[in-house]
Design a protein around this ligand. Structure first.
Ligand code: FEO
Ligand code: CA
Ligand code: CA
Ligand code: CA
Length: 625
């Protein structure tokens, strides 16, 4: 066992090697040093930069083909696609775009994103998956050009969440149309608000004077899974669904969340007045939350957990701290927004799920402030508390109570001095619980727009490639107010850029390069799976990077290897495993986006359809091992 000093020095040598291009940084602005700690806990884990023993598959080259390519010895088959029947009496998918809302309500939703698998038995499980949005060019025969009231209901039914059972025979998983848990949750499903904002005046509408019963969820990006067996779905780009038929001045708070009184491209407000902000100015306050769903009870009411804050949620990774408090890390995916964590008031009790079911109702919300060590791409950080009456979050600064703090969490975060980030997407906690990773996908405003200074974990002006930041909570305590961070990787293009940070960190090369890391998650063995949602032009700054893809990283050595490539114009998003880790489920979202020539997954001249793929090894082994 090395002593602490040796470990720290070895750690900084490794960071220096990987990030040796920092001297080429221009316009670096220190974010302001936090309370610096003497011990860097990451050093203990990242001491040896040796070849990975975790990654045991052959790298897949970059691809521009309209196929889903997995490593040699692996097989991928579609599990379910947009429009597939979900129940025994569901109509079959009709590619004409003429099906009515009634059909979509009984079929798999569109644009699958984050998902979680909940085991039931050895050969049965239930998957809950988000249906983030829909593509009007494929949903309708008219492409959205002449929307009827039923078309709006159909679009709303293509959104939300799908819950479905799968069964396995001989290691092959299939959807079970007779599964008793199968369920569609849409933009019109009744939900309940819980926590500090429930019943607040900001939540009250004409339709719901109680301010506790919002309808539906939509723009659900990624997800979370609790140890008490519930699914978390995260409301992200909800702002675009609101519009107005007449001109109306909106509050600064609405503007901060992107709400506008223009024609919304979704056109829901034309036939569903709930989405017209001139008539229902509080309706947008009922979105932008984390929603907790019981995937085992199709009659259960989904619960919007306002204690976790309102912003454009990406995912919600849950960790039970050693002392029993439940901690949830969450990114707000917008240029210059922030990274948050929630700490439950009460403690997790193993086996007492009646108690655990209430853990997300009450707790403390924090936002991250990163400080850097001199001009290094590492440093220390602080979690700043977002509690009414603390840190200036009071009436003199425009906050009337905790409901206003959580509903306008972005404004509260700015007030306390949170770091503006390069679009925080997914957060993942390593299985040993000692460190946490977050993708910062890209940011064309960094260093260009006021209030988004270059520096710390956001080291590049006009960042079009993205990076992954990691941190270790002080003393391994996820409730701690301080942490130590560095960058796990800086994505870039070493064939286009030389000798500066746009070439990427030293663990990025021409064989594994990519842009815009987005979905991430660890498997049980500690492999870090990285999915991309980036520029797939394969030109200019992105030459040689091909279609969106999934890679696998070793968090110990920094090695990154490409595992799969997706079809044309898709994003790879959504990741979960069978209980034995021998099947991996991966989402292909919006193949053929914006009319690009994809016919995935059926090929020929078929309509492209978002699809969950099931990946297995020909020898039946554990994925990646
Ligand atoms: Fe829906 Fe931030 O990705
Ligand atoms: Ca995403
Ligand atoms: Ca993204
Ligand atoms: Ca997406």
């Amino acid at each position: 066992m090395k002593n602490q000093e040796e470990q720290e020095s070895q750690f900084s040598q490794m960071v220096d090697a990987r990030l040796s291009r920092r001297r080429f940084l221009t316009g670096t602005a220190a974010v302001g040093a936090g309370a610096f700690l003497s011990l860097n806990p990451i050093a203990k884990v990242f001491a040896d930069n040796k070849k990975s023993v975790l990654l045991n598959f052959d790298a897949v080259p970059a691809s521009t083909s309209d196929t889903f390519i997995v490593p040699k010895g692996y097989k991928a088959t579609p599990l379910v696609s947009w429009g597939d029947p979900l129940f025994a009496d569901s109509p079959a998918f009709d590619p004409s775009g003429k099906q009515r809302s009634k059909a979509q309500l009984k079929q798999f939703g569109d644009n699958n994103d984050g998902m979680s698998l909940f085991p039931i038995s050895k050969d049965r499980a239930v998957i809950a998956v988000n249906n983030e949005y829909t593509n009007y060019e494929y949903l309708f025969d008219h492409g959205g050009q002449s929307m009827t009231a039923d078309d709006v209901v159909k679009a709303q039914a293509a959104h939300g969440v799908t819950v479905f059972e799968i069964t396995s025979s001989g290691g092959k998983w299939q959807l079970d149309k007779n599964g008793t848990r199968n369920r569609r949750i849409t933009a019109n499903t009744e939900m309940r608000l819980t926590g500090p904002a429930a019943g607040h005046r900001l939540m009250k509408t004409k339709m719901d004077p109680s301010g506790t019963k919002p309808l539906g969820t939509f723009a659900n990006c990624a997800n979370g899974q609790t140890p008490w067996g519930t699914y978390l779905t995260c409301e992200e780009n909800f702002d675009g669904y609101f519009g107005s038929v007449k001109k109306v001045e909106l509050s600064d708070d609405h503007k901060r969340y992107g709400i506008s009184a223009q024609q919304s491209e979704w056109q829901w407000h034309n036939t569903d007045e709930r989405f017209d902000v001139s008539l229902n100015p509080n309706e947008p306050h009922r979105f932008g939350w984390i929603v907790e769903i019981d995937p085992h009870d199709p009659t259960s009411t989904p619960l919007k957990r306002t204690a976790l804050g309102r912003f454009k949620h990406e995912n919600a990774v849950v960790v039970v701290n050693d002392d029993g408090h439940v901690v949830v890390y969450m990114g707000d995916d917008e240029r210059g927004e922030h990274l948050y964590k929630f700490v439950s008031k009460n403690k997790y009790q193993q086996g007492n799920n009646k108690h655990n079911r209430n853990l997300l109702e009450e707790g403390t919300l924090y936002v991250a402030k990163f400080g850097m060590d001199d001009d290094e791409l590492k440093g220390h950080g602080q979690w700043l508390e977002l509690t009414f009456g603390k840190n200036g979050l009071d009436k003199t600064n425009g906050f009337g109570d905790q409901a206003e703090v959580v509903t306008f969490a972005r404004r509260a975060a700015t007030h306390v001095g949170a770091t503006t980030m390069d679009r925080p997407e997914w957060v993942a906690v390593h299985p040993d619980k000692k460190f946490v990773f977050c993708t910062l996908t890209n940011n064309k405003h960094r260093g260009v727009k006021e209030g988004q200074p270059v520096g710390g974990p956001n080291p590049r002006k006009k960042n079009h490639y993205g990076q992954i930041v990691r941190w270790a909570p002080s003393n391994g305590d996820h409730t701690a107010k301080t942490f130590t961070w560095d960058l796990y990787l800086i994505a870039g293009n070493p064939s286009v850029h030389k000798g500066n940070l746009y070439a990427g960190s030293d663990n990025i090369n021409t064989g594994n390069m990519f842009n815009s890391p987005d979905g991430i998650g660890f498997d049980k063995a500690g492999r870090l799976w990285i999915q991309t949602d980036g520029d797939y032009s394969n030109k200019g700054d992105f030459a040689g990077q091909g279609n969106n893809q999934m890679l696998c990283g070793d968090p110990m050595t920094g090695e990154v290897r490409r595992f799969l490539t997706g079809p044309i114009a898709c994003e790879i998003t959504g990741l979960t495993f069978s209980e034995d880790y021998k099947t991996m489920f991966v989402g292909v979202q919006h193949p053929g986006d914006s009319g690009a020539p994809s016919h995935f997954p059926a090929g020929g001249n078929s309509k492209p359809r978002s699809t969950i793929m099931a990946i297995t090894r020909n020898d039946g082994g554990v994925i990646g091992a």
